[in-house]
Design a protein around this ligand. Structure first.
Ligand SMILES: *Cc1c(COP(=O)(O)O)cnc(C)c1O
Length: 487
């Protein structure tokens, strides 16, 4: 199976090469030339553990990896780093299912892929004869990818990692998680700009041929831990299949019965993995794409016009504060092909806008305002005693709107992307405004006592850890920062 570019299908590589490169030289993304077929039917997956399922799915997508290599990666990734052997528990509250993807080390769903990506990267480097090179992982983060990538790559031999986060666009806990990161090969910098600035600058570095050649002579190759890397997307397909299989095992659904997924969306990586799950055979009815106030995707699915020329809003769901959703390019390419995609992406970078004439019937857009998000957290807590984080709450509210509009009775899974403890202050304030002024760490204690859910170990004493990264970088200074860092 080949991976090809979204803007030019003559960029043809193997899975392992796509993982190393991260992005095509023309700025396009790698996509499978055709969807793989699973070696087993969905029915046959019943009873499998998360690791066993991950093996089946990775094997199908990463076909130049041996069984031993995939087993090694899967076993290294999905172990005791997760606080439950289920890895991705599915819980039923108030008539819907919540797929909890925040039981890894950094308590957000990015751990699902970033705990395995370093293994895939190392194996890919070996396969492609790059063992004499240092792989430099350049990462732009809206808050959660950065920490999960740092955790994954810290002290991994033959790699180093540089993370850029929006200096004033992440939660206090998110920032503390990153700036206290240990590991000799880690580097973190706040940028004086937003996520889109960081992501654009990083993509420009990847596609800067002169710089890449210069650094390659010094023994460095760049790669990406963002969801532009196919090595991020493939492991995310696993939990969609897993949740469907769990519902079957529990007799909540009949074989072949379709379900909906609601996904709180930013860069369109998570929900695209859900679409890939559908394409390889999971019976999916609708993928409900939930946005916060940065509702560029909502407008796109409603009108066909993607327009990033609008005010960038800083919200209480900061990991979704994104106006350029990179992975949408993969969906568009699947609908309109490479030539048209290249033209549209050109328009996006020159005018900030493009229009697609195609139908996207698998997707239903919804959004939630800040007030609706807070209301959702409070409501579900009062109804079911269950505390959602601010991102999951955007999905919950989006789902309520979808229900009101359609009356659709299809069983539905809400993809829960972060622990409420990552955004404790906003969560607690939503539950009761009397907590509006307390500090994050006070708030954790209160949340623990009212929810009965223990404060996750990785962040419990994070305020007492040493701050190891104090870099701040102007938004047009990322290239120089990287050069200086590697010099
Ligand atoms: C990254 C993130 C999202 C958005 O996911 P995309 O794949 O970028 O669409 C949503 N919620 C949380 C908590 C995240 O960390």
């Amino acid at each position: 199976m080949k991976y090809i570019g979204t803007r030019d299908k003559s960029f043809e590589v193997t899975a392992s090469q796509a993982i190393i490169k991260g992005i095509c030289p023309d700025g396009g993304l790698f996509v499978p030339e055709e969807m793989p077929v699973l070696g087993k039917s969905i029915e046959e997956l019943k009873g499998m553990s998360y690791k066993e399922l991950a093996f089946e799915i990775l094997k199908a997508f990463l076909d130049d990896f041996t069984d031993e290599e995939i087993s090694y990666a899967v076993n290294g990734a999905y172990d005791e780093k997760f606080d439950t052997p289920e890895i991705a528990p599915l819980v039923k509250k108030d008539g819907v299912y919540f797929l909890e993807l925040f039981h890894g080390k950094t308590i957000a769903f990015k751990d699902m892929a970033l705990s395995i990506l370093p293994y895939l990267m190392k194996i890919s480097a070996k396969k492609n004869g790059l063992t004499d090179k240092e792989i430099v992982i350049l990462t732009a983060t809206s808050g959660d990818t950065g920490k999960a990538a740092l955790e994954g790559f810290a002290d991994v031999e033959g790699t180093s990692i540089i993370v850029f986060f929006p200096e004033s666009g992440v939660s206090r806990i998110q920032k503390l998680q990153m700036v206290t990161q240990e590991g000799k090969n880690t580097c973190v910098a706040g940028i004086l700009g937003n996520f889109d600035d960081a992501q654009t600058a990083v993509k420009n570095i990847f596609t800067d041929e002169a710089l890449c050649n210069e650094l390659e002579k010094k023994g460095f190759v760049f790669s990406s831990a963002n969801s532009i890397n196919i090595g991020r997307l493939v492991p995310q397909v696993v939990y969609y299949v897993h949740s469907y299989v769990k519902l079957l095992e529990r007799n909540e659904i009949k074989p072949g019965e379709k379900i909906n997924f609601v996904v709180p969306t930013g860069n369109f990586g998570n929900i695209l993995a859900g679409y890939y799950a559908k394409l390889i055979g999971v019976p999916v009815n609708k993928l409900i794409c939930a946005s916060n106030d940065n509702k560029v995707l909502y407008d796109f699915f409603k009108t066909g016009v993607y327009n990033k020329n609008r005010e960038f809003m800083v919200t209480i769901s900061p990991s979704m504060d994104i106006l350029v959703s990179s992975n949408l390019e993969r969906l568009i390419c699947a609908k309109v092909g490479q030539t048209e995609t290249a033209k549209l992406m050109g328009e996006l970078s020159s005018n900030g806008e493009y229009e697609v004439k195609a139908e996207f019937t698998d997707f239903v857009p919804e959004f939630a305002t800040e007030d609706e998000t807070r209301k959702g957290i409070k409501e579900l807590f009062e109804k079911a005693g269950y505390v959602m984080d601010t991102h999951t709450a955007v999905a919950y509210e989006g789902y309520k709107k979808y229900l009101a509009e359609t009356g659709d009775e299809t069983k539905t899974v809400i993809v829960s992307t972060a622990s409420p403890y990552k955004f404790t202050k906003d969560v607690l304030k939503a539950i009761d405004n009397k907590y509006a002024d307390i500090d994050d760490f006070e708030a954790m204690k209160v949340l623990e006592s009212i929810s009965g859910v223990k404060i996750p170990a990785p962040i419990k004493d994070i305020d007492k850890k040493e701050i190891r990264h104090k870099n701040v970088c102007p938004k047009d200074g990322l290239k120089d920062f990287v050069k200086n860092h590697l010099a």
